[in-house]
Design a protein around this ligand. Structure first.
Ligand code: ADP
Ligand code: ZN
Length: 619
């Protein structure tokens, strides 16, 4: 893999500038690197895109010997190695995608001290052969990426991770760095414990992702709502669209393709080859929309994913935060958009109840679901709710989420809530939302007559509101814990211990007035359908460059070069570098070297060709 000679040792700051082309460290990066260079263990908690990889990469370059990075994700390994080679760093990976000779070759490089960084899977490092090999090589650190996989509390438990404590036993003097973006205290302690880290120092960064704008909307016509969002803010951008089921992924991907959007499906039901191919295309091409179940995303290191959209309710806040965290790793503005409805909730609850997990586990799943609903129905700042969930307090409004930007209107819903709860009670706590709403608004349905509900005092007492409004009231009552869904009784609603407070008038409740969903006009939708993806960008949050034509030209040049070299486009230059080129118009190599992410190696490889493109404006 590596054709590059080992980089000479220098100070962390010199390496940051000369190799990576960055001007300063972010957050705790410098302390983490120093700590490792001093031979100490550490636990690094940083949100996705925070700059974790740079910590072990830079420490591995500076500290004599090779840094061994344990990662469960083959796509990520290849990606990072591709990028590191562009920076001129002697990096390689070993996994099952390589043949015997390639592996032998890399092992020889490791032993001869040519490598700075070697990525391996946990399965491989745990083999007696590999452990033995490591004793013969000069190792400068072990980095355990995705370290939360060691914990059963987390959502990605991998049994082989638990066995990694053998590294601490066999190599007591080599510093270990465990890294994760998963926050909670139980997982954190579990990592230190299970990996047997010694006197590990924890470096915890704030979990906020300030460049991500959160937007959560009620599902009315999710397709239309999504396409409107996409057309207005993200035409031509790379993004991920999450759906709950495989079937819906396939349908949505085909639908987007019909609209001329470069969309691809990804889910566990596709054969390996197709899945792999789609993932590679997403990484290698510009502007792909990946439509996926949650099976997709872990280890996707693409920095310029500009949006993550959920067409269905995620399973909880943790999952939501992880999935949305894949947007905007490069720090540029990105959107997390979601459309949710009560139907999703019922399907998710059914899924929980039908899986084999024990009751306790199911309860946890239900609570997770409640947490995400709470986020959806909140009248507070979304970021505030998210950070609170992870134990961080935010005191000011973020001004980068829908509730901050368009203040939520609320109304005193106490009387309406009393009507809704009475209706649940009077009908015997045996019915789902649809029927309860029929009773409240006084609809003469067969079901109403079959149960003689037209004779109840609650029949028609809510006729002053639309059915839609009642649906929203029920949803908010569920989210706030005044009603619960009983899956044993076909999703019927039941009162909870808290319901009495409302019924007795001891507690008031405010409801969110959901904003009207703007539907794209027919004319507009038609025009968009015909045009494909190459329309001009709308002047929205994403208009981060003042010369979109030149930006497109530079992106096209980057794509051409990346295809020739069989590496992802962003391994050549990040979007931010291209944007700085447009903004600052460097006219020679020295000026170009000053830009974000332009180190010596990249300057030599690509400096001239990009300067030419900047002068002519074409690729
Ligand atoms: P993580 O592994 O925490 O998800 P990465 O290491 O992939 O994050 O970093 C996210 C992005 O930020 C990458 O594009 C990386 O090159 C960039 N980055 C990291 N550290 C710095 C820094 N000190 N200055 C500028 N950019 C940085
Ligand atoms: Zn906010």
């Amino acid at each position: 893999m590596s054709q590059v000679p080992k980089v000479a040792t220098a100070s962390p700051y010199e390496i940051l500038s000369s190799i990576f082309g960055y001007k300063s460290f972010r957050g705790h990066q410098e302390s983490i690197i120093e700590h490792t260079l001093n031979g100490q263990d550490s636990l690094v908690l940083m949100p996705t895109g925070g700059g974790k990889s740079l910590c072990y990469q830079l420490a591995s370059i500076v500290r004599p010997g090779c840094g061994i990075v344990v990662s469960p994700l083959m796509a990520l390994m290849k990606d990072q190695v591709d990028s590191l080679l562009q920076y001129g760093v002697a990096a390689a990976y070993i996994n099952s995608s390589l043949d015997f000779d390639q592996i032998k070759n890399i092992q020889a490089q490791l032993l001869s001290g040519e490598l700075d960084i070697l990525y391996v899977t946990p399965e491989r490092i745990l083999t007696p052969f590999f452990l033995e090999l490591l004793t013969k090589a000069q190792i400068c650190l072990f980095a355990i990426d995705e370290a939360h996989c060691v914990s059963q509390w987390g959502h990605d438990f991998r049994p082989e991770y638990v066995k990694l404590n053998i590294l601490r036993q066999n190599f007591p003097n080599i510093p270990m760095m465990a890294l994760t973006a998963t926050a909670d205290a139980v997982t954190k302690n579990d990592i230190i414990d299970k990996l047997a880290l010694q006197n590990a120092k924890s470096f915890v960064s704030g979990f906020d992702r300030p460049n991500i704008r959160y937007h959560i909307t009620l599902k009315k016509n999710a397709k239309k709502q999504f396409i409107d969002f996409y057309n207005n803010e993200h035409r031509g951008d790379a993004g991920i669209v999450y759906c709950m089921s495989r079937k819906k992924v396939d349908k949505t991907a085909s639908w987007l393709q019909e609209l001329g959007i470069k969309a691809l499906p990804y889910h566990a039901g596709l054969d390996n080859q197709t899945r792999q191919r789609n993932q590679e295309t997403f990484i290698a091409e510009e502007g792909i929309v990946m439509v996926a179940t949650i099976a997709f995303g872990m280890g996707i290191d693409k920095p310029n994913v500009r949006f993550v959209a959920h067409l269905d309710l995620p399973k909880g806040i943790e999952a939501y935060y992880q999935e949305t965290g894949r947007a905007g790793r490069d720090g540029l503005p990105a959107n997390a958009w979601m459309a949710y409805g009560l139907g999703d909730l019922i399907i998710l609850k059914k899924m929980i109840e039908s899986n084999d997990a024990d009751e306790e586990h199911q309860k946890i799943e239900v609570r997770k679901l409640d947490s995400i609903l709470g986020l959806c129905e909140t009248v507070r700042c979304r970021r505030d709710v998210l950070l609170n969930y992870f134990g961080e307090k935010q005191t000011i409004k973020c001004n980068n989420c829908d509730t901050c930007l368009t203040p939520v209107e609320s109304w005193d819903g106490t009387v309406a809530a009393q009507k809704a709860l009475s209706c649940v009670y009077k009908t015997g706590q045996k019915f789902g939302v649809a029927h309860l709403v029929d009773v409240l608004v006084g609809n003469d349905t067969t079901k109403v007559f079959n149960f003689a509900h037209q004779n109840l005092s609650v029949f028609g007492i809510g006729s002053d509101f639309t059915s839609q409004k009642w649906h929203s009231i029920f949803r908010q009552l569920i989210a706030a814990g005044f009603l619960r869904i009983n899956m044993e009784l076909f999703g019927s609603l039941q009162l909870t211990a808290k319901s009495a407070q409302i019924l007795k008038g001891e507690q008031k409740i405010d409801f969110r007035i959901d904003p009207k969903v703007e539907r794209p006009s027919k004319k507009k939708a038609k025009a968009k359908k015909a045009k494909g993806t190459k329309t001009k960008r709308a002047p929205t949050q994403k208009s981060y460059t003042n010369d979109p034509a030149l930006f497109d030209a530079l992106r096209a040049l980057r794509l051409k070069l990346s295809k020739r070299r069989r590496i992802p486009p962003y391994a050549i230059f990040h979007d931010r570098t291209l944007m700085e080129m447009i903004e600052l118009r460097p006219s020679n190599l020295e000026e170009l070297r000053e830009l974000y992410g332009v180190g010596d190696s990249k300057l030599k490889k690509y400096g001239k060709i990009f300067l030419e493109a900047l002068q002519t404006g074409v690729s």
